[in-house]
Design a binder for this molecule. Structure first.
Ligand code: IMP
Ligand code: MG
Length: 338
């Protein structure tokens, strides 16, 4: 049995979509199952010349024969689900759990009209917070209550655990980042649920004894959208000068930027029980390694950066992203195996 979990190590937007799509293909996942909050997440996948911006369905859809599932812990917006199903052409491979809670228009309105959520916290305005609140009050609608979703419904925990028991490979795709967790993040500037590896497992109905590896994804620099502290935050001008200026996938807002945070990385590894790390956008720090697929293409300075990260977080950096394409990656796992 092999079950891998992938999680964000900072404030979301670490580049999880790219790493998930790579791992799904490379490890020939039988199932890629989405954990996390809901449509507040934005994962970008570039594959075969196309760019996909996904908020609902797993980025691992690019592994062509894999089942694409959404766990019961995840909030589903039926409009977004159908739109992305069409865009990606996943067809019957896409299924959601009968107990996924449904985001309705009223949740979106409440999120967008709240001066606290939208104004102070800087929520994505996708209705996730109000929907999770209603779920906690035991009044929310579930996927099984919506006739139009009937074609998508399955028992996700049963499918996932059966696959693991049959020795198939399952990839659990987390969303957001460790420090947006309702429990472990910079409260109140956080999302409406825990976002760590244990929660990702609970979201899809997999117990901790079934997990073999926890991949934690860090970006080469940190960014965050919305309110809350960001140690070492740069001015927009300086972020632009360094090439670190980004805008958000879901809301189009400016992302605030700061250097890689070694202390937060160390804490995130601890909280998630991470076993391997991925570092994305290495080509932004070191443009000479753009598109590289082997470690000897890294400059000396890049190698010492990786070494410093590994000495701090005490787990190996096994994947280094060198460009936006799903396959632009230095995979040190395969170098070790070969
Ligand atoms: P909410 O989850 O939409 O309520 O937003 C709460 C906070 O989490 C805001 O600061 C958002 O910008 C942030 N947030 C939620 N989801 C993501 C994500 O996927 N990436 C980055 N930030 C996020
Ligand atoms: Mg994102």
């Amino acid at each position: 049995m092999t079950c891998h979990v992938l999680i964000g190590g900072f404030f979301g937007d670490e580049g999880k979509g790219k790493i998930v799509s790579y791992l799904a293909i490379k490890d020939k996942a039988s199932i890629v199952v989405r954990a996390g909050v809901g449509t507040n997440a934005g994962h970008t996948v570039e594959y075969k010349g196309k760019t996909y911006k996904l908020r609902q369905i797993p980025s691992g859809f690019v592994q062509e024969n894999a089942k694409i599932l959404i766990g019961p812990g995840v909030l589903v917006n039926p409009d977004v689900l159908r739109k992305e199903a069409e865009e990606t052409g996943v067809g019957k491979r896409l299924k959601i759990d009968r107990q996924c809670a449904i985001i309705e228009e009223k949740h979106i309105e409440e999120d967008r009209s709240s001066s606290f959520l939208k104004g102070k916290i800087g929520s994505t305005g996708t209705g996730c917070g109000p929907c999770n609140a209603e779920r906690a009050m035991r009044k929310v609608k579930l996927a099984k209550d919506i006739p139009e979703l009937a074609e998508y419904i399955t028992d996700v925990p049963l499918e996932v655990n059966t696959a693991i028991d049959e020795g198939k490979h399952v990839l659990i795709e987390g969303t957001q980042g460790t420090f947006l967790s309702l429990y472990h993040g910079t409260y109140p500037f956080v999302t409406s649920k825990d976002t760590t590896a244990s929660q990702a497992c609970a979201d899809v109905g997999v117990g901790p004894t079934k997990v073999d590896e926890v991949f934690i994804v860090f970006k080469s620099f940190t960014t965050r959208v919305g309110g809350g502290e960001l140690p070492g935050e740069l001015t927009e001008e300086e972020a632009k000068r360094r090439g670190w200026f980004e805008t958000a996938t879901v809301t189009g807002r400016k992302r605030r930027a700061a250097p890689f945070n070694f202390e937060l990385a160390k804490r995130a590894v601890m909280i998630n029980g991470a076993t391997q790390a991925a570092i994305t956008k290495f080509d932004i720090l070191f443009p000479e390694c753009k598109g590289a697929r082997s470690i000897d293409k890294l400059p000396e300075e890049g190698l010492s950066f990786i070494k410093r990260v590994e000495e701090t977080i005490k787990i190996p950096v096994s994947l280094i992203g060198t460009g936006p394409g799903a396959l632009d990656i230095i995979d040190l796992r395969s170098e070790k195996e070969d």
